[in-house]
Design a protein. Structure first.
Length: 71
């Protein structure tokens, strides 16, 4: 999901690689990986975003996700 970020490429890549490694290390298939990642996003929204803003942020996240797979 390309975007301007306050995080360095190195920091972002390191964390992303850890997540991917964990999923692969556990032999999680595609469906399980997507379920886990979806639940992680839901957890972040529910615990770190004000209830009044959750829907808008979820919709923005979904929009960026769709754009990232369409090129």
């Amino acid at each position: 999901m390309p975007q301007q970020s306050r995080y360095s490429d190195t920091e972002f890549e390191a964390l992303m690689n850890k997540v991917i490694f964990t999923l692969e290390e556990n032999n999680a298939n595609r469906d399980l990986q997507l379920m886990v990642l979806g639940n992680v996003v839901t957890h972040i929204l529910n615990t770190q975003v004000d209830a009044n803003n959750r829907k808008a942020i979820a919709e923005q996240f979904a929009s960026v996700l769709v754009k990232s797979i369409n090129g």
